[in-house]
Design a protein. Structure first.
Length: 310
């Protein structure tokens, strides 16, 4: 297969705009379709804002931030693209309609990757005449700064599509995982949901403030988890005996904690408690200000840790 030099981005909201910035930074040209009248200005602004971080990450050597064009339909946007990243709203009819429009215009080896967080590959394959070019490539927000992409393919996916998609994402600096069995939320969102469930439970039970529960995460396990995953870290938690020794020592403790974990619901009461707690924790900083701070820290962390990853 030829190189992927030109990419179509369908839907340029939170996720599509960030993918666009990353694709441009990797030296590709990008065609965008988004029916929102303000989309072009918003995406150009997003790319401009994201560019310094992408430069700092060293992703922009052969890149031009203006190798970008906007099209008036999804069909026109995919013309000449070797790769399509679909980020339209998370609603099955909109996704299906988009695929029906683009399928007849795809070139033979073009790959279509959906960013969907919650829809299954099987549901999204319905309506394709030939679903072989279609795969799930689920990013983590914001995709231009967080490396993870979760890939899902199945028997209807073309023989080389998974390998080619993975190779492409890795080429632009992503870290990929392969989902072997589809589940709502893939892997990473299920992990987030599990952690947040207990955070909400503890806030509702009054164990600590929303701010302190967040602090317990970023100043504690969160920092370790940015270096290594939870099972690897526990492998290091019992000396030379490794994970076997850790499990021998702590299995009753963990089984007891698991039995005790909460099962809260996001309802009016818990949401009010969280929102009030967040208002106190954010000390008047707007979401935009906090996002800018988050992005600076994410960039700095990756710059600091990249040479240490082997
Ligand atoms: N927000 C996240 O944290 C996140 C993370 C990973 C994956 N995703 C997935 O990415 C996809 C997009 O989510 P988002 O958060 O960017 O949503 P969003 O609402 O921010 O963006 C969707 C964009 O699609 C545009 N749009 C509407 N109809 C369209 C059409 N027919 N064709 C093309 N564009 C159209 C909208 O104008 C909007 O700009 C979803 O499938 C979502 O599950 C979201």
């Amino acid at each position: 297969m030829g190189q992927i030099e030109h990419i179509a981005v369908l839907g340029a909201g939170v996720i599509g705009a960030s993918w666009t910035a990353l694709f441009l930074a990797s030296g590709r040209s990008v065609a965008v379709f988004d029916p929102d009248k303000g989309a072009e200005a918003a995406v150009r602004k997003y790319v401009e804002t994201a560019w310094p971080a992408l430069e700092e990450l060293g992703l922009t050597e052969r890149a031009k931030p203006d190798a970008l064009r906007f099209e008036t339909s999804a069909g026109h946007a995919v013309d000449g693209a070797q790769f399509v990243q679909e980020n339209v709203p998370e609603r099955l009819p909109i996704k299906h309609q988009t695929y029906q429009e683009i399928e007849p215009r795809l070139e033979v080896e073009t790959i279509v990757s959906s960013s969907t967080s919650g829809l299954t590959l099987e549901a999204l394959q319905e309506g394709w005449k030939d679903p072989s070019p279609f795969i799930l490539g689920h990013p983590f927000n914001p995709p231009h700064l967080i490396p993870l992409v979760e890939l899902t393919a199945n028997a209807a996916t073309g023989a080389s599509v998974l390998d080619r998609t993975e190779a492409f994402y890795q080429d632009i600096g992503k870290v990929t995982i392969r989902i072997k069995k589809g589940m709502p939320g893939h892997v990473a969102n299920r992990l987030q949901a599990a952690i947040w469930r207990e955070a909400v439970h503890m806030a509702v039970e009054g164990v600590a403030s929303v701010e302190d529960i967040d602090k317990a995460m970023w100043a504690g396990p969160g920092l370790r988890w940015a270096a290594m995953g939870p099972t690897t870290l526990f492998h290091l938690g019992a000396g030379e005996g490794g994970l076997q020794a850790f499990c021998d020592h702590f299995k009753d403790t963990f089984n007891g904690w698991w039995d005790d974990l909460g099962d809260p619901r996001l309802d009016d009461n818990s949401i009010k408690l969280l929102v009030d707690g967040m208002a106190a924790a954010s000390e008047g900083k707007s979401p935009a200000e906090l996002s800018a701070q988050r992005d600076k820290m994410l960039t700095a962390m990756q710059m600091a840790t990249r040479p240490l990853r082997s």
